[in-house]
Design a binder for this molecule. Sequence first.
Ligand SMILES: [Zn+2]
Length: 99
Amino acid sequence: MIRDLELAFIKIHILYHADKEAVFGVGLMEELARHGYAVSPGTLYPTLSKMEAGGLLTCETQIVDHKQRKYYRVTPEGRQLLNAMREKIKELYKEVIKS
Ligand SMILES: [Zn+2]
């Protein structure tokens, strides 16, 4: 159960960061670790693929240090979902944290 909930938070983080700049797997793992989420490549990469397949992210492969790296950016649909989630987070925060 905790994994389901954490995965939802992780997805929101991914949308948020992919809206600000192009993100890639290792960078996201470091960023998520900073927020207290231990995400393995076995969880993160399939999640990114699913979000791409679902039309929330676009993926572009670039060569960095002679290696292929997949960079993800949010799509307009992903941004719309992020904004909808912002409202829900605000509402949740008001109840769960502030009350
Ligand atoms: Zn973050």
